[in-house]
Design a protein around this ligand. Structure first.
Ligand SMILES: [Zn+2]
Length: 538
């Protein structure tokens, strides 16, 4: 059991942190008996905990009492732990160079960790403020430069390592669905549904240019094959006939998705209002943001997609800033699909710090907007579904890999080979940490002129090979909700009673036990059963 001592204002972020690092803990109290005590921005009182972890990015009373030489606090330090980066964004103090340091500043090699043992107790001073870092990740998120680092998971890794590394037993419910390595959540933002809706507008002329001249240039740069160029020219030549209604609309990709994703469940976010650009953060109404389709045209397609096990969500316009608009957007889709519980991702990823409150008030059960437009990565530093701090119940499914970020000339502008190389570490992270890898492939990305279908099929094969559980956004969120519902209670003789974990059709939860006496292995894992009792010490 971990006891946490921190200012009252940090309590919401601490609660959320321990939903992500799902292990027994409590808020520290006078006379409380815990083996591990964490102090963050609080005075360090007397304790008999075996391991005392003191976090903080400024020199504190512990440093003064122990005559610790702290080096100037600087924000935005990149730390290194077990060969992986751990960027920090708030203040960070260091303690000079020491051989064998396990947490160091990446460029200077100074140690950001200081340890002393006395009288059967170990005190470890860590030079940053853990919960301020977590707060920043879960609110504003991390900058573009560290997009590829799952920073929040690294904070958990460091903390877990400090505890188990000092021979203290630990139990944890890992974010890993039983029988799988991680969750793959395939999603599609449906921005167009057909080129027939675009007569002589910027979208149609844009398509025509990219399919003809653009494809030829892509071919010369090795980004498209000759076959793909031919497909695009064919599509461009068929455009007048598509508009006349005598040729197939090549921008209507739903049957192709059903074919590619056969047996896998995915989520389609559809725009509820035709011709409505919505309002951006500066109060402007960018005309290009408006959808040219009326979602009612898709009624039969949506039924077909749902019948195949897929989910329909809202690709929101104004829901991010207005709960009345959000309710209307939600109800429009609910009337078409008959579904009551589903989520939203905002078109163009419009979002601000109050959005979780408006989306929750509008009746959405999750949001999946937190991600980057311009790159792939972990905006909130996490591979896990989390509860945004201002929300009561709404959960956030972070979006990690988006096709347009990979391939748009104005974003990463990668070739297929470069994109594969960039995605590999994300799959490795999913295998290593568990959690969910959320992919957004736009509706028209698998047809002319983008033709990113081959790449998407490659990605699905990688995810299958790594034992992903393919789940819709709603099921992914439900699985994390089930994990969040688990409670730990300390009973007599250091035993922990575990409740929750429910009986449902979703993959089960597992209990991971780290114990110093496990021969060679780092941990053992057993299926979680409601009401089970475990003695972490063995
Ligand atoms: Zn969109």
């Amino acid at each position: 059991m971990i006891g946490v001592f921190a200012p009252a204002e940090d309590q919401p972020v601490i609660r959320e942190f321990f939903e992500l690092f799902k292990t027994p803990w409590e808020f520290g109290r006078a006379g409380g008996k815990t083996e591990v005590a964490i102090w963050s921005r609080a005075e360090v009182p007397q304790t008999d905990a075996k391991l005392v972890l003191i976090f903080g990015g400024d020199t504190n009373s512990f440093d003064r009492a122990n005559g610790l030489q702290t080096h100037p606090r600087i924000s935005n330090r990149i730390l290194s732990h077990e060969g992986r980066w751990l960027p920090t964004y708030g203040n960070c103090v260091t303690f000079g160079k020491s051989a064998g340091a396990t947490l160091t500043v990446e460029d200077t090699g100074e140690s950001a960790l200081w340890e002393i043992s006395a009288g059967g107790q170990t005190f470890i001073r860590i030079g940053y403020d853990l919960f301020q870092e977590i707060r920043l990740l879960l609110t504003s998120g991390q900058p573009f430069a560290h997009a590829s680092t799952p920073t929040l998971e690294m904070h958990i890794t460091l903390l877990r390592g400090l505890i188990t590394g000092h021979s203290i037993p630990l139990i944890e419910i890992p974010p890993v669905p039983a029988g799988h390595a991680f969750i793959a959540c395939l999603t599609h933002d449906v921005d167009h549904i057909g080129i027939r809706n675009h007569k002589f507008d910027h979208t149609m002329f844009g398509f025509f240019y990219r399919a003809t001249m653009g494809s030829a240039m892509d071919f010369l740069q090795g980004k498209k094959s000759l076959k793909q160029v031919c497909l695009n020219w064919q599509a461009a030549a068929s455009l007048p006939f598509v508009h006349l209604g005598i040729a197939r609309d090549f921008w209507h990709p739903f049957d192709r998705y059903l074919e590619i994703e056969k047996g896998l469940a995915s989520t389609f976010f559809v725009i509820p209002k035709k011709g409505e650009p919505g309002v951006n953060a500066r109060g402007q109404r960018p005309a290009k943001r408006a959808a040219s389709y009326d979602v009612a045209e898709l009624a039969d397609t949506l039924k077909k997609l749902e019948a195949a096990g897929n989910e329909i969500g809202v690709h929101g316009i104004d829901a991010w800033r207005d709960k009345v608009a959000g309710s209307e957007e939600r109800e429009r889709i609910s009337r078409l699909t008959g579904a009551a519980e589903f989520g939203v991702r905002m078109h163009w990823l419009y979002f601000d710090e109050r959005s979780p409150v408006w989306l929750e008030a509008a009746g959405f059960i999750y949001d999946s907007t937190v991600g980057y437009n311009e790159t792939i990565g972990y905006r909130a530093g996490t591979i896990q579904v989390f509860k945004p701090l201002p929300a009561e119940r709404l959960l956030e499914l972070p979006m990690h890999i988006m096709d347009t970020a990979l391939f748009y000339p104005s974003y990463l502008n990668l070739s297929s080979k470069q994109a594969e190389a960039m995605i590999f570490p994300f799959i490795e992270n999913a295998v290593h940490f568990g959690g969910v890898l959320t992919v957004n492939w736009h509706d028209r990305s698998i047809v002319p002129e983008r033709l990113w279908d081959g790449f998407y099929i490659w990605l699905l094969a990688q995810l299958k090979a790594k034992r992903a559980w393919f789940a819709t956004a709603a099921k992914t969120v439900s699985w994390f909700r089930k994990r969040r519902s688990v409670t730990f209670e300390q009973i007599e003789n250091g035993r922990i009673k575990i409740r929750g974990g429910g009986n449902d059709s979703l993959p089960g939860l597992r209990v991971r036990i780290f114990r110093p006496d496990i021969n060679g292995a780092k941990f053992v894992e057993i299926p979680l059963q409601d009401g089970m009792e475990i003695c972490p010490a063995g």
